[in-house]
Design a protein around this ligand. Structure first.
Ligand SMILES: Cc1cc2nc3c(=O)[nH]c(=O)nc-3n(C[C@H](O)[C@H](O)[C@H](O)COP(=O)(O)O)c2cc1C
Length: 394
């Protein structure tokens, strides 16, 4: 079926439009995950095994869905997680996502593997900004990235802690995905079959990894797989001491992205982090690991009064956001919920995705009988207990 943006009413619709418009290796890079993708599927399924219990007759004509997280106020309780290589998905890349995030008053996350520079994003956008930090072996590169993000007035530094080695992304192995794309007979055929993408990619500024290009050859036009990049460029000796030193060097709002255990959440508090993103990298790293929503309540119970807990991953609906907030998250974040839209239609696509999400959250809050995020609580959640699993939310 031929699809268009005006008929995209949800994340799944955007996914199908992205599939139609992208060369297969690029679509599967976004859509895929590790090993058998069990964790990836569970990240969304977890929300479906928990039901909302609404209240009625609550006078809900005016809804305020704003939240304050890590010192920044967001007009909606979900923000754009940092993701790599955005100009590969659509030629406007990060610029399109940041403009859309600004329009909706939410935070934009820029990746260390971003394709637009921190300086440009910092100077062009007033919306809250997170810089996502990969801890490289090259200390000069690490120091330069911190200095540049500080100078560009980013609000939050997020250290990603779940990519100590590359996840086994078998779809990428099958398609031969590399960044930038390697020209082979197969990829050429795929580009010819997707002329809109190919014209956009080849007629705009040359692809680069803007935060890395002055330091490593992989930052320019040398094609590498993302798994190779994680395994060879990032420092596997990274420890709590390094994270603490990074927090000191940054000196502002500091978050660990990819915390899943209570013990690690407690250590994040000890080193002075102001936020944690409960995340398994969208199922792209350790398959078989628990989903963020399944794990959320125990983390909130342990540290929710000491640090801002953010639920990252699996969110496809406004009700998923409400469930996470009711369980105690301060805010939510997501990648594919806006990436499919970016690939499908650039900035108008991301605006439509965020608009759909905002409309759903507003409608769902009214149907739940709440006018503020702070009114959501665990009394409004019921878990369908699965045999053999401990119920962690009371
Ligand atoms: C295509 C893609 C690229 C990503 N790149 C990065 C990245 O560069 N740094 C990072 O910390 N997380 C990255 N992530 C993970 C996201 O920040 C986020 O944790 C994940 O997408 C959440 O799962 P969701 O897509 O189900 O919302 C990426 C995810 C995707 C799908």
């Amino acid at each position: 079926m031929f699809r268009r943006l005006s008929s995209c009413h949800n994340v799944d619709d955007m996914r199908l439009l992205a599939k139609q418009r992208l060369p297969a290796p690029i679509f599967h890079y976004i859509d895929g995950a590790a090993d058998d993708e069990v964790t990836y599927r569970r990240n969304t399924q977890a929300f479906e095994e928990c039901d909302l219990v609404p209240n009625v007759l609550a006078g809900v004509e005016n809804v305020d869905m704003s939240v304050t997280v890590m010192g920044v106020k967001l007009d909606m309780p979900i923000f754009c997680s940092p993701t790599a290589l955005q100009r590969l998905f659509h030629h406007d890349g990060e610029r399109a996502v940041a403009r859309a995030a600004e329009k909706f008053g939410t935070m934009f996350g820029l990746s260390s593997l971003g394709t637009v520079s921190v300086e440009e994003i910092g100077s062009m956008f007033k919306t809250p900004k997170m810089f996502q930090f990969y801890f490289h072996k090259d200390r000069a590169l690490n120091n330069a990235m911190i200095a540049r993000a500080k100078e560009a007035n980013f609000d939050v530094l997020a250290l990603t802690v779940d990519t100590i080695t590359g996840g086994n992304r078998e779809r990428d192995l099958r398609t031969g995905f590399t960044s930038p794309p390697r020209l082979t007979v197969g990829s050429l055929v795929s580009f010819i079959l997707h002329p809109r993408w190919a014209v956009g990619y080849y007629t705009h500024e040359r692809f680069e990894l803007s935060q890395l290009k002055d330091h490593i050859k992989e930052g320019s036009n040398i094609s590498v797989s993302v798994g190779e990049y994680f395994s060879t460029m990032l420092d596997q000796s990274m420890s709590w001491k390094d994270a603490e030193e990074l927090r000191h060097a940054w000196g502002g709002q500091f978050c660990l992205k990819g915390v899943m255990s209570v013990a690690d959440a407690q250590r994040a508090v000890e080193i002075g982090a102001t936020g944690i993103m409960v995340s398994n990298h969208g199922g792209r790293q350790l398959d078989g690991s628990r989903s963020p929503f399944d794990q959320l309540s125990e983390i909130v119970d342990a540290v929710g009064d000491k640090i801002d807990v953010i639920l990252d991953g699996g969110i496809r609906r406004g009700t998923h956001v409400l469930k996470a907030l009711a369980a105690g998250a301060k805010a939510c974040s997501g990648g594919r919920m806006y990436l499919y839209a970016l690939a499908a239609a650039g900035q108008p696509g991301v605006e439509r995705a965020l608009g759909n999400m905002r409309t759903e959250i507003e409608r769902d809050m009214k149907l739940m009988g709440v006018t503020k995020v702070s009114q959501l609580n665990r009394d409004m959640l019921r878990f369908r207990s699965a045999p053999g699993f401990q119920r962690t939310c009371s």
